[in-house]
Ligand binder design. Structure first.
Ligand code: ZN
Ligand code: ZN
Length: 472
């Protein structure tokens, strides 16, 4: 019987047994696997334990900037959790990262009227001189406007880019607004500016600025770069509207810390039938230094660990191996994800699918995937099993999440469980990203979705990949 059941689960065997008509009537997923998926959802909704993991990480470790001593502590924390859960093949896989420390941050309008401003340095910003920079400010609506400014027109000035981010449930406003954070310092320096200030990439109206990584181009002067909180950007606009020249004083004492060690932390539940084929569920362990990284990405870490806990509690292991990957150094440019794809290059063709939780604490509201055509009926079937959780098909194929990008670039299939991001960018990368923003019930729903998806992907009778390689 066991052998017969296994044959039923394979497309080739179906054709051999009864031809195409029989195959068309057969369930896409084995009924026993579907039953287990429903049980997994019930267990998660009754209390997945994910909140406890987020609490433990944010209290015992706190903020975990890439390459910092706290990041190292987070690796030990993750290793201990994986051991507690009884997972196997636990590994701490090292890589190096450019270190950086924030230091002092102060900004104020000095002319024509004095106002204190709330500012945070962008990640990897260079320092100002110790006494700071005081200079006239020139405002731009967008990065494109800054890039179009005449050569040399910002000599000795501070550029201010005032692009507002829109609030959308799927977080779509972020992609539109975030370009200035990465490219703004280079664009401003090319026009002669001595510093760059941006309106925070965030949807809130509180006075916590939003940090995030910036980049400097080779051969262009690196200038200090910071983000003003949204209310401070509004106030600056009001002062500019007075029609008189406006000057700002900016002090940032951030500094590069050289090359530091960081790591990804991995563990597995070995597959019962196809142990060489791997389903990856990931999140990133590092965070910015301002809050405690509860939403970004403590919640994702909680979802991954709670998924491991539920899958480990099942009477039998999944058909394929499930690998739980807690990536390091996501915030500073997907450094851990790139290292993973490189270190595991030989087995990427054996990766069934990759998915990441890195968009807050839930609930999951959409599901989509990027799989080969033969696997699309399985994705449709999984979508139906996720539907009772309130999940609808997402738009377009999924990228799987930021840390999955370097894998999809090599042709690994991906799946996206889209979390509700309506409020996510009120707190993202701010001092206000703290545990009180995480609702345990919503997080349990997210675990129900992720854990049942991962189980079904591991049970699927057909392989999800490979797919076309895509840029990330
Ligand atoms: Zn993140
Ligand atoms: Zn982030």
């Amino acid at each position: 019987m066991k052998r017969f059941g296994f044959l039923l689960a394979t497309g080739v065997a179906l054709l051999a047994l009864g031809g195409p008509a029989f195959a068309a009537d057969a369930p896409v997923l084995p009924p026993a696997a579907v039953k287990t998926a429903t049980d997994i959802q019930g267990k998660a909704l009754a209390g997945s334990g994910a909140f406890g993991f987020v609490e433990s990480l944010t209290v015992r470790v706190g903020p975990r900037l890439a390459g910092s001593p706290a990041a190292k502590l987070s690796h030990q924390w993750a290793e201990a959790r994986f051991k507690e859960l009884g997972l196997t093949n636990i590994k701490v896989e090292p890589f190096t990262v450019d270190g950086w420390e924030r230091g002092l941050e102060m900004a104020s309008i000095t002319k024509p009227v004095a106002h204190h401003l709330h500012v945070n340095a962008l990640g990897h910003s260079v320092t100002t001189p110790p006494e700071g920079i005081e200079a006239p400010i020139v405002r731009f609506d967008t990065l494109e406007d800054l890039e179009a400014a005449p050569e040399g027109s910002l000599k000795g000035k501070i550029a201010f880019v005032d692009k507002k981010m829109s609030r959308l449930q799927d977080g779509g406003g972020y992609g539109e607004a975030v370009g200035v954070r990465g490219k703004g310092p280079e664009a401003a320096a090319r026009k002669g500016a001595v510093a760059l200030l941006i309106r925070s990439i965030g949807t809130d109206s509180h006075r916590f600025p939003h940090t995030g990584i910036t980049r400097y181009a080779e051969g262009v002067t690196a200038i200090p770069a910071g983000a003003l909180s949204n209310p401070d950007a509004d106030q600056l606009n009001r002062v500019l509207a007075l029609g008189q020249p406006v000057s700002i004083k900016l002090v940032l004492s951030s500094q590069a810390m050289g090359t530091l060690n960081d790591a990804n932390v991995l563990a597995e539940i070995k597959g019962r039938e196809l142990p060489d084929e791997i389903v990856v569920i990931g999140a990133h362990l590092d965070s910015w230094d301002l809050g405690t990284g509860a939403l970004d990405d403590g919640a994702g870490v909680g979802i991954v660990l709670a998924t491991a806990k539920i899958l480990k509690s099942l009477p039998q292991a999944p058909r394929r191996t499930v690998r739980f990957v807690l990536f390091g150094a996501e915030e500073v440019g997907l450094v851990g994800a790139e290292a993973y794809a490189k270190q595991h290059a030989a087995e990427l063709p054996k990766h069934q699918v990759g998915t990441e939780a890195d968009f807050g604490a839930g609930p999951v509201i959409t599901f989509n995937a990027n799989v080969r055509p033969e696997a699309k009926p399985v994705i449709t079937a999984i979508g139906k099993i996720l539907a009772p959780l309130g999940i609808v098909p997402g738009r377009g194929p999924s990228s799987g999440g930021p840390d999955i990008g370097p894998m999809t670039a090599e042709g690994v299939a991906s799946a996206g469980l889209g979390l509700d991001g309506t409020d996510y960018f009120d707190y993202h990368h701010t001092a206000d990203d703290t545990l009180d923003k995480v609702d345990p019930k919503k997080l349990d729903q997210a675990v129900a979705a992720y854990a049942s998806f991962v189980w079904l992907a591991a049970e699927s009778p057909v392989a999800f990949g490979p797919v076309d390689k895509k840029d990330h």
